[in-house]
Design a binder for this molecule. Sequence first.
Ligand SMILES: *Cc1c(COP(=O)(O)O)cnc(C)c1O
Length: 393
Amino acid sequence: MQLMAPQHPIYLDCQATTPLDPEVLDAMLPYFREQFGNPHVDAHVFGREAAAAVEIARSEVAQLINADPREIIFTSGATESNNLAIKGAARYRRDRHGLDHVVTVATEHKCVLESIARLEHEGFRATVLPVEPSGLVDLERVEAALEESTALVTVMAANNEIGTVQPLSEVGKLCRERNVVLHTDAAQAVGKIPFDVHALNVDLASLSAHKLYGPKGIGALYVRRRPRARIEPLFDGGGQERTLRSGTVPVPLVVGFGAATGIARRRLRKEAEHTKMLRDRMLTRLRVRHSDIVVHGAMKPRLPGNLSVGYAGLLAHRLVRELADVALSTGSACSDTSVENSYVLRALGVSESIASGSFRISPGRFTTESDIDRAAAAIADGVDALRASSTQD
Ligand SMILES: *Cc1c(COP(=O)(O)O)cnc(C)c1O
């Protein structure tokens, strides 16, 4: 492996995005240079070579989630995949079968919740399920939400803020029994924990390359063939990607995505052990300094590389801004005049005062134990300093 330049500040925000793996960059470079062909042009070797590279990448992506390559549709990322899956399946099933109801969960990513809101404007009815304090959805509530007219259920595989892993396989069974399409936003899960579209009973799944050490601006939607999940496209055009996503496929990005998924598949277990060890080490070190630290969501089942913590009497947005040597994030939304606490933490029932003092720590492939030790000391010192200054205010 190539040596990475020391990172300053220490990067612990791998759930926002991951650095590009140097091997992935190497795989992409020829497709920015001499291999520039349009993969949809069959008339000459430039196009045919580009198309061959796209198909190799498609197979790599498919293999990581135990899908058939024909079930992989390349998109610009998980935001687009979520929009395509949710609006595409709901509209198809409304137009063909008169179904007008959709189900989701309060802790989903904004792009899922906003897609559902768009469908409501179009006349769909939506059920937004609450979560337990663990962050998990209750299966009985899912079952009770399913109606004769339910077109689609969308439940994320793993949460981007608190890392909790939903019981997808069980949700999938409930949906399959009732002929309801199940979509999952798997941007955080794929490449981090085993994710098998058959074991999980999902019909549609959204993936993003930049969450697994690939490039930004590329992702995929898994679309099941048997039984076939049918969706309406969002774009009209040349009919690329089995008519579901018109537009020229960005070959260098697709090649990078393929390389990144190949690496993720080969290293999955080792890397999960590595990030879990770092995460647990961080929590132990923070707890030694502040025994009142609160961990949000169940520790199990949870992504190995996620820690979501809160402190009473702390303004976390100030902490993350003032920590010059550590890159972390809060789930809060800041505007010029106010800070709105995370809707995910609110859905868990976390009090506003703890939510204000909450942030996410996500180590990854290139994080070391010494990064964790230095970052833990800096975070704990920062908590002390901010608590002291707020009591003086
Ligand atoms: C990052 C992320 C997205 C958005 O993915 P993009 O590829 O950046 O559009 C959607 N959902 C989840 C859970 C994510 O973590």
